[in-house]
Design a protein around this ligand. Structure first.
Ligand SMILES: Cc1cc2nc3c(=O)[nH]c(=O)nc-3n(C[C@H](O)[C@H](O)[C@H](O)COP(=O)(O)OP(=O)(O)OC[C@H]3O[C@@H](n4cnc5c(N)ncnc54)[C@H](O)[C@@H]3O)c2cc1C
Length: 552
């Protein structure tokens, strides 16, 4: 008896923690090896053990309970514009940045470096999502800085240091840096050309690196304590991209005023603010009037990171579901041995593995883009495909996995509750679903060769499954003329994602998983809810493969 006079605590599975999230994840270790990043396994295993530790789960719970607070003024009445965090958040940031999750792809020159970094992100998206926003933006900022060799040389090495420094100081004085991105204004986030913040030259110098002063606002500014941030403002030549420090070299706050913090549905440990710029000191990055072109390269990386992140969320949800249903008993059997429950968990596992392979394949395409034009085309067209589909599926997967836990899953003590509130977010920032689908169509229209690169990739599995052959042929027909696809853009992009996932599973996953995927997702015998599988699916083998929780 553990302290109750009335009853014993029975049949409660306990927490799934203190596991190496990398080594215990068979599909992930296989994907990392298949896409050229096996050399990073020791670092991934160390990070997997950290992100999967009881300590990180404790810190994540604390950081999401004790939320960031905005302090606009100090006690003497001066503007301060700082955000104060619980120590748990700083500890988490120290771990994620200390493990080079933001910089691994830039500091390792080997092929597979982007795959390894994507795997790091996948692991941390199972640890705590609130640190993944600054981690992902800091990683991606290097792509935008490449528009200016001098600014890249100045900041790149500092950004890439494997360190987090919470000090309130100018970036020049800090051990490690975080980078944010403030684009969205009140009147429009998707339509960035509607930006009304203005930038005026501060000196006679023009061109990238020139000093400007910015006046206006941003409606969303996550990570307001970031040491540097990228932002957009209108110049005489149009919308332009700027790099601004959070603090000036003399240690004073750059000319910005934090208005308030957003009270968010999820992602609560991370601060997201509203901000006004009052003559913000900033330098032009890239050409005047080409701001979207400059920042879009950063967005390409953050979009991949959200596909990876949503895949990580799904993996964590499935791991929790396998763990719980394996240990919880009802009607004299483990839940997972009840045929309907086994079908639900297997279906979730199929879904999760499909997203993993898609996101890692696109990280591999990114890795090889510089050397192989076909890989660059694939990355261009399929990164938004993956962003759309993985972000769309994550909330559905998490909701079903939550239900596998019965009432416990809905209670705020449980990790599932946090995943549930987190899951829709990746579909919103860095481009909502519609905007992302339109981006896919735009790629096809501007670079018709992207369609061929996509179909060639899907065709790598030609002959492996009749359903995929028929599905790919139909898709090739639909994509013959991208003009006029806008009203059916979601249908087309969804089909592209499913064809890509099927092709990858047929080439890389066991037949139990790939056959089940093709016979359900490719116009197959499948219901609208998870678990509505046809007869004959090898659910036992699929659940066995998915489960870190299976080894009791
Ligand atoms: C927690 C959180 C943190 C954020 N942090 C940041 C940040 O740090 N920096 C930053 O810049 N932004 C940030 N954002 C903002 C986010 O990027 C925007 O909310 C997003 O881009 C959508 O813009 P919007 O909110 O203005 O919606 P809108 O652009 O008004 O879109 C509303 C709806 O209309 C649809 N829509 C828009 N255009 C079209 C079209 N052409 N065709 C069809 N449908 C369309 C969209 O898909 C969407 O469903 C954050 C958002 C959240 C929720």
């Amino acid at each position: 008896m553990d302290g109750y006079a009335t009853h014993e605590v029975l049949n409660q599975p306990g927490a799934l923690h203190d596991i190496d999230l990398f080594s215990s994840d068979r599909p992930l270790t296989e994907a990392v090896a298949a896409f050229g990043a096996g050399w990073a396994a020791p670092h991934l295993a160390a990070t997997g053990a950290s992100a999967g530790s009881a300590r990180v789960q404790h810190l994540a719970r604390q950081a999401n309970r004790h939320l960031p607070e905005l302090r606009t003024h100090d006690r003497f009445g001066h503007r301060a514009d700082v955000v104060e965090f619980h120590p748990a958040y700083h500890e988490l940031m120290g771990l994620v940045f200390g493990q080079a999750t933001h910089s691994f792809a830039w500091t390792h020159q080997q092929p597979g470096a982007h795959v390894a970094r994507a795997a790091l992100s996948y692991l941390w998206n199972q640890g705590e999502n609130g640190v993944c926003c600054p981690m992902g933006m800091t990683h991606a900022s290097i792509a935008a800085l490449r528009h200016d060799a001098a600014q890249l040389a100045e900041w790149g090495p500092r950004i890439n240091r494997a360190a987090y420094d919470p000090a309130v100081a100018a970036p020049q004085a800090k051990r490690g840096l975080t980078v944010g991105m403030a684009m969205t204004e009140k009147q429009g986030g998707s339509d960035l050309r509607a930006t009304i913040t203005t930038a005026a030259p501060a000196t006679a110098r023009r061109g990238t690196g020139a000093e400007y002063r910015l006046t206006g606002h941003k409606w969303f500014f996550s990570v307001p304590m970031s040491d540097l941030f990228l932002t957009l403002a209108q110049t005489e030549s149009g919308l332009s991209c700027f790099l601004a420090p959070g603090w000036l070299p003399d240690g004073t706050r750059n000319r910005l005023k934090l208005q308030r913090l957003k009270d968010k549905c999820g992602n609560k440990s991370n601060a997201s603010s509203e901000v006004e710029f009052h003559g913000l000191h900033a330098t032009l990055l890239g050409e005047e009037g080409r701001g979207i072109r400059t920042i879009i390269e950063m967005a390409h990386l953050t979009r991949l990171d959200f596909a990876v992140g949503s895949s990580g969320l799904m993996r964590q949800a499935v791991s929790q579901a396998v763990h719980h249903t394996t240990r919880r008993r009802a009607f004299q059997r483990s839940l997972v041995d009840l045929p309907i429950m086994r079908a639900v968990v297997a279906d979730l596992a199929i879904e999760s593995e499909a997203h993993l392979w898609m996101s890692m394949r696109l990280a591999w395409a990114l890795d090889r883009s510089a050397a192989d034009p076909a890989e660059a085309l694939l990355s261009r067209i399929c990164t938004p495909v993956a962003k759309y589909w993985s972000c769309k599926r994550a909330p559905a997967v998490v909701a079903e996995a939550l239900e596998c836990h019965g009432g416990n899953g809905f209670i705020a003590d449980h990790l599932m509750e946090r995943l549930y509130r987190e899951a829709p977010l990746n579909g919103i920032w860095e481009g909502t679903g519609n905007v992302i689908c339109l981006d896919v169509l735009r790629s096809m229209a501007r670079e018709p060769e992207t369609v061929g690169a996509f179909l060639d990739e899907v065709g790598q599995a030609r002959g492996a499954h009749p359903r995929l052959d028929a599905y790919a042929a139909d898709l090739a027909h639909r994509l013959r003329d991208p003009a006029g696809l806008e009203p059916v853009a979601r249908q087309v992009v969804e089909r592209m994602a499913l064809a890509l996932q099927a092709s990858l599973l047929l080439r890389h996953a066991p037949a139990a998983v790939s056959d089940a995927f093709c016979s359900t997702r490719l116009d197959g015998d499948w219901g609208h809810a998870f678990g509505a599988l046809p007869r004959g699916v090898e659910t036992g083998a699929i659940v066995e493969r998915a489960g870190v929780g299976m080894a009791a």
